[in-house]
Design a protein around this ligand. Sequence first.
Ligand SMILES: [Zn+2]
Length: 274
Amino acid sequence: MKLIALDDGHGMQTAGKRTPFIPEIGRFIHENEFNRAVKKLLDAELKRCGFKTVLTAPGDADHSLASRVKVANDAKADLFISIHYNALDGKFDGPGKDPEGFSAHIDPSGGQSQKFAEIAIKHLANGTIQKNRGVVKQQLYVTANTKMPAVLFELGFMDNNREALLMIAPAFQKECAVEIAKAVCEFYRVPYVPESKPTIVKPAVKPPEPEKAPEPVVEDKPKAGDIKGFNVLYVQEDGKLRYDKQYKSMEDAEKRQRFLLSKYGEVHVKLIRH
Ligand SMILES: [Zn+2]
């Protein structure tokens, strides 16, 4: 398992490392507000992708460059990543007049640092519309003194009014972290594991009910004219018509009829209708 050293550039109170006063938000932004936010997000990204990390400057206090390098070297980290925000002249010059964009700074010796930096620049360029300033070879303390491949990212300009505001934009911080994490994954040929989105439980789509023939309507109430039963009528000796009891079936009625016929001369079976 590869060990990645994560360095967030400066302490919160490192002198001079802040934007000019930003009227829109009524304050300065310290460089470390951005650096440490991206470092934290990148830490989570890399752990999710199966890497171990070591933080060169935990907490908000200032750590010397020498101590940052020592932490990475002592831990025998495989890769050193430092997160920064650039500055040129320390003042806002107006829209379109300030420098802008991101860059990856490496030791002039190149090597694996250059390979990783090029992969990272490719991912950053895919992920952000910010200007791509590419890979810059430069003598810097941390990239020169770490024993592993090392890249120092400058992800925008503090003295560009528009980019200064991006420093505190969570979406931009996240984007920088995700693209650098993708680069680490590609560098080590492991799949990038995206953050799992909260599962949106969609209501199961119910297949439409098959068309059914309507259920036969069971009528409780018999319709007028339906046969209710059968009555057997007979004429008694006195000549009066008598009703025998009601029978449900014709068969029963006829049976009764035959019986009565043996006693009475005239027996009728009559349908009873509703
Ligand atoms: Zn910096």
